[in-house]
Design a protein around this ligand. Structure first.
Ligand code: ZN
Length: 372
């Protein structure tokens, strides 16, 4: 028999189902109830860095990777709300805002037909700043690239470079550094109190208490050059920590190694593994700081794998099977066993940022949350 009650409950479950699909309901944290809170969190994202990227790097560059010494190794399931294979925008948004969204989205939920609008989830940077901490984003990509943008801007499409750069230049972050983006201007940066700079020398001269917007040479960073006045990612990481670590409430820092992905798209092992080594050097800097500081959690992961790297045992060789992103799980290395991440467990990508917010003290209602 059809009763009003049954119609109502049907409607309600349909609503919950639809709102879930549109990413409007929060994803649970890792499920661990016992975990320590940390004053500082450093999230490091190797764009396109899968398990076999690490294996190929060790073999081809004949190195050990510092990230593999971290005590906890979990996994991230990287899909987006709309696609089995994510792009860096939806992947970055999941890692920044604790929600899965559509490919191409920068820090926005999927369109909400009930509110008839786009709604923005707050990012870990915004959450940290709300808590009185300071926040920074550093990358080897352009500053308006999808990954750094997810932690410092909101836009309905990753191609909205102008809007993304404008958001970043108007943001409350303490530092945003990466390769030069078209719409970033010294004048607009200065309006919001950012010191605009372009070289490693200027970066090293930055003083504590300053806010800064770094715009480096793409060619130098892509080529990992040492003879130009452009910083390596490890130097950027060291200086960024040095500038952020005086805040008594702590800091949140996102560090991205972007060219692992870019060279993997070209199936260029030399480039992708060189940049994995560069990224690993930055991780070493972060771990050294965390070890002496004692109040800092470092998490290393990727937004997705790129290139479908496979191992052929017969020829003892790694090779690419794709020129784009794949849907395989990627590593999540955690610097401490008491941060709520379970060794060996696979998490949804969005659960990682939810747990990082928890580690910074967030209650369930605090994160993920719509930005008002
Ligand atoms: Zn890519």
């Amino acid at each position: 028999m059809i009763t009003i009650k049954s119609i109502l409950s049907l409607l309600l479950s349909a609503l919950i189902g639809i709102s879930g699909w549109f990413g409007m309901t929060g994803d649970k944290a890792t499920g661990e109830t016992e975990y320590k809170t940390y004053k500082n969190v450093i999230l490091m994202i190797g764009d396109g860095m899968g398990f076999n990227t690490l294996e190929a790097t060790k073999k081809l560059k004949n190195v050990d990777l510092v990230m593999e010494t971290m005590p906890v190794l979990s996994q991230s399931e990287t899909r987006s709300l709309t696609n089995k294979v994510t792009d860096s925008a939806a992947g970055g948004t999941a890692l920044a805002c604790g929600v899965r969204t559509y490919n191409g989205a920068i820090g926005v939920y999927a369109f909400n037909p009930f509110a008839n609008k786009w709604q923005y989830p707050i990012s870990l940077s915004e959450y940290a700043i709300e808590q009185g901490k300071v926040a920074g984003v550093i990358t080897t990509d352009e500053t308006s690239g999808a990954t750094p943008a997810s932690f410092s801007a909101h836009a309905i499409a990753r191609g909205e470079e102008k809007n993304i750069s404008y958001d970043q230049m108007s943001s409350d972050l303490t530092l945003i550094w990466g390769c030069a983006s078209e719409s970033v201007t010294e004048e607009k940066c200065a309006e919001n109190g950012f010191d605009y700079f372009t070289t490693a020398t200027e970066m090293e001269a930055l003083e504590e208490g300053s806010r800064s917007f770094g715009q480096f040479s793409w060619e130098d960073i892509a080529a990992v050059k040492s003879d130009y006045d452009t910083p390596y990612l490890a130097d950027m990481t060291e200086k960024a920590i040095d500038l952020l670590d005086d805040d008594e409430d702590g800091f949140f820092l996102m560090v991205e190694g972007a060219h692992i992905d870019k060279f993997s798209h070209d199936n260029n092992f030399d480039g992708s593994t060189s940049h994995t080594v560069e990224f690993d050097k930055a991780i070493e800097v972060a771990l050294e700081f965390a070890a002496q500081d004692g109040e800092t959690l470092v998490v290393v992961t990727a937004d997705h794998e790129t290139g479908g790297i496979t191992y052929d045992a017969e020829n003892d060789e790694y090779y690419y099977t794709s020129g784009s992103h794949t849907g395989v799980n990627v590593p999540v290395f955690v610097s401490a066993a008491d941060a709520g991440f379970i060794d060996g467990k696979a998490y949804k990508n969005c659960e990682i940022s939810v747990q990082l917010a928890r580690v910074m003290g967030a209650k369930e209602e605090d994160f993920p949350r719509i930005k008002l």
